[in-house]
Design a protein around this ligand. Structure first.
Ligand code: ADP
Ligand code: LRH
Length: 490
C-alpha cells in the first residue's frame, strides 16, 4: 500500500508519549496514542528515573500502535546526558540516575583542575553544566567504583531502549554529543577528554547517525506488542535534536526556543562554533540531524514553575498561568540560571522569594506573583541569549520559533515577543515527536530527503505574536544589574 506508519516514543523529563505518524500522499498525520508522567524518584539520598516503568509504558504504547495496522518503523528520543551501564551479561547495572542527583556537586570544578575549561571546550564545544555525562561518570566512580569496573558498555537512555528493542548496543550521535566526551568536529569520542577524566574508552560504543536502521524488533518484543517486521530506526535521539529538526522555519534569521522543563534557546549552524567568545558565554554546540549544529544555551526553563506547582498541590496549567497573566507588570525578577534553582524541592517558591529578598526587590508572595516572576524572568533571560547569539554568529534574528509544551503558554509567548522585540511563532507543541517521526519517515523513504521542514510546516497550526508593549530600558538594566550582582557573589 502507499500508506506508511512510523511510531515515535518521546520521553521528556516531565512526561512521555507514544505517537503514530501516518504518511499518505506526502502528508504526515500525527496521533498521540499514549501519554504518561515522568520524573525523578528519590532513593537512599540519590535520584533515579523509573526506567522500567518507562519501558512498561512504551510496550503499552506499541501494543496500541500495532492495533492500527502494520508498523514500518519505531524510534526513541529522550532528554540528554543520562546513561545506563551494561555488564558482561548484557544486563543493566544499578538503575539510571537523574541528572539532578546531588552526587555531581563539586565534581565539575575538580575535573576542570585536571583539564582546563578551554581545552575541554576546544575538544567538545559543549557548555559546562554540572550534570554533563562526563561529570556524572566521575561522580559514579567516586561513589561506586566497582560498578564502573564491571561495566562493559555505556548506553544513553534512548540507546538503552533501542537495545531492549533490538538487542543492538550503539550510541546515536546527537545524544553522544551531550556527554561532553564526544568531539563533534572529529566525529569521534574525544580521547584527550576521556584520558584526562580517567573514563575507560572501551565503555563507549560505536556512534551512529540519526536515521540509522538498528535492526528489526526482537522476537520477544514482537510477540508481546504485535509489531511484526517493524524496523527500529534511530531518530535524533536527543529530544532537543528532534524538536529543532521539526521547527517549521523558512529562510534565514530565525532562532528557536524549545520550551519545556528546560528552555533551550539557540540557532542552527552548519558547523560547531568553538570560539573564545562562545566559551565565555558558555554556549553549547550539540550535534543535530543532517550534520547540523545546535548552537544554544540551556536556560533553566519551566522547571522552576513545575516545582513551584508541585509545592502548591499541582493546580491546572490554566489556573497557574492564567493567574500569573493578571499580576501587575514590572515586578521582581530572578536569574533563572542561578544554581540554587537546579535541584528538586518543595521549597522552590521560597527559593524564588529568597532571591528577590537578597537582591533588594519586592518579594512576590502569592502563587500568581511567584509564577509571574518566573515567566517574566525566563523571557528576559531568553531575550538576553538571543542578543548573545547574534553577537557570536554575526547574524540578526528576527523570528523566534517557540516549540514544545511551553508554547501553549500564550502569556509567555507574548512576553517573549515584547521583551525580545521579535516576532514569536508558536508551535508545534509536539515538535519533538514530529522531528522523531520525520527522521524515520525520511530514512524509510516515506518522504523525500531534505523535505522535513516543509512537511512540518504544513502539519500544524501556528500562532504568531508580534511585540506590542516594548519594554522600557530600565527593566533591561535591572536584569543586567541582577546578573552582575549574582556574578559578583559566586
Ligand atoms: P518536557 O519534554 O521537558 O517534559 P514539555 O515539552 O512536555 O516538557 O512541556 C511541559 C511544560 O509545558 C509544562 O511544564 C507546562 O509548563 C507546559 N504545558 C503543558 N501543557 C500545557 C497546557 N495545556 N497549557 C499551558 N502550558 C502547558
Ligand atoms: C531537554 C534536555 C536538554 C538537556 C537536558 C538534560 O529535555 O534534553 O536538551 O540539556 O534535557
Amino acid at each position: 500500500t502507499d500508506v506508511k506508519r512510523h511510531v515515535a516514543i518521546d520521553l521528556g523529563a516531565s512526561s512521555g508519549r507514544v505517537a503514530l505518524g501516518t504518511v499518505h500522499a506526502g502528508k504526515l498525520t500525527v496521533e498521540v496514542l499514549h501519554r504518561f508522567p515522568n520524573g525523578g524518584i528519590p532513593v537512599q539520598g540519590g535520584l533515579y528515573w523509573d526506567v522500567l516503568g518507562l519501558w512498561r509504558e512504551i510496550l503499552h504504547g506499541l501494543r496500541l500502535a500495532a492495533g492500527h495496522g502494520p508498523i514500518d518503523s519505531v524510534g526513541v528520543d529522550s532528554w540528554a546526558v543520562d546513561y545506563a551501564l551494561i555488564d558482561e551479561h548484557g544486563l543493566l547495572i544499578d538503575g539510571v540516575r537523574h541528572y539532578r542527583d546531588a552526587r555531581t556537586d563539586g565534581v565539575m570544578d575538580q575535573l576542570l583542575g585536571v583539564l582546563p575549561r578551554d581545552a575541554v571546550y576546544e575538544f567538545t564545544g559543549i557548555q559546562f553544566l554540572p550534570f554533563n555525562t562526563a561529570f556524572q561518570l566521575v561522580a559514579h566512580r567516586q561513589q561506586a567504583p566497582t560498578q564502573l569496573d564491571r561495566a562493559r558498555t555505556l548506553l544513553m537512555v534512548p540507546d538503552l531502549l533501542h537495545y531492549w528493542l533490538t538487542g543492538r548496543q550503539v550510541t546515536e550521535m546527537t545524544n553522544a554529543s551531550t556527554t561532553q566526551l564526544y568531539d563533534s568536529r572529529q566525529t569521534a569520542w574525544s580521547e584527550p577528554v576521556l584520558n584526562a577524566f580517567g573514563i575507560p574508552a572501551h565503555l563507549l560504543p560505536d556512534v551512529v547517525h540519526p536515521g540509522t536502521d538498528l535492526g528489526a524488533v526482537q522476537p520477544d518484543v514482537a510477540r508481546d506488542t504485535g509489531l511484526h517486521g517493524t524496523r527500529v530506526i534511530a531518530p535524533g535521539t536527543h529530544d532537543t535534536a528532534s524538536a529543532v529538526a521539526a521547527v517549521p522555519a523558512d529562510g534565514k534569521g530565525w532562532a528557536y526556543l524549545s520550551s519545556g522543563t528546560w528552555s533551550l534557546v539557540g540557532v542552527e549552524t552548519d558547523r560547531p562554533v568553538i570560539t573564545p567568545q562562545a566559551l565565555a558565554l558558555n554556549l553549547t554546540n550539540e550535534a543535530g540531524v543532517h550534520g547540523t549544529t545546535r548552537l544554544l544555551k540551556n536556560v533553566m526553563g519551566l522547571w522552576i514553575a513545575q516545582e513551584c506547582s508541585r509545592a502548591w498541590g499541582n493546580p491546572s496549567f490554566a489556573e497557574l498561568y492564567g493567574a500569573a497573566a493578571l499580576v501587575e507588570a514590572n515586578g521582581p525578577l530572578i536569574d533563572p540560571d542561578d544554581v540554587r534553582f537546579l535541584p528538586p524541592g518543595l521549597d522552590m517558591p521560597a527559593r524564588v522569594q529568597a532571591y528577590c529578598a537578597e537582591t533588594g526587590q519586592v518579594v512576590p508572595s502569592t502563587p500568581a506573583e511567584i509564577t509571574r516572576c518566573v515567566l517574566e524572568s525566563l523571557a528576559f533571560r531568553c531575550a538576553e541569549v538571543l542578543s548573545q547569539l547574534e553577537e557570536v554568529t554575526g547574524e540578526s534574528i528576527h523570528t523566534l520559533h517557540v516549540v514544545g509544551g511551553g508554547s501553549q503558554i500564550r502569556f509567555l509567548n507574548q512576553l517573549l515577543a515584547d521583551i525580545s522585540g521579535r516576532t514569536v511563532v508558536a508551535g508545534p507543541v509536539e515538535a519533538t515527536l514530529l522531528g522523531n517521526l520525520l527522521v524515520q519517515a525520511e530514512a524509510c523513504g516515506s518522504i523525500p530527503r531534505g523535505s522535513m521542514r516543509e512537511v512540518s510546516r504544513i502539519c500544524e497550526i501556528l500562532t504568531t505574536y508580534t511585540p506590542v508593549k516594548k519594554r522600557t530600558v530600565t527593566q533591561h538594566t535591572i536584569f543586567a544589574e541582577l546578573t552582575t550582582r549574582h556574578a559578583a557573589s559566586t
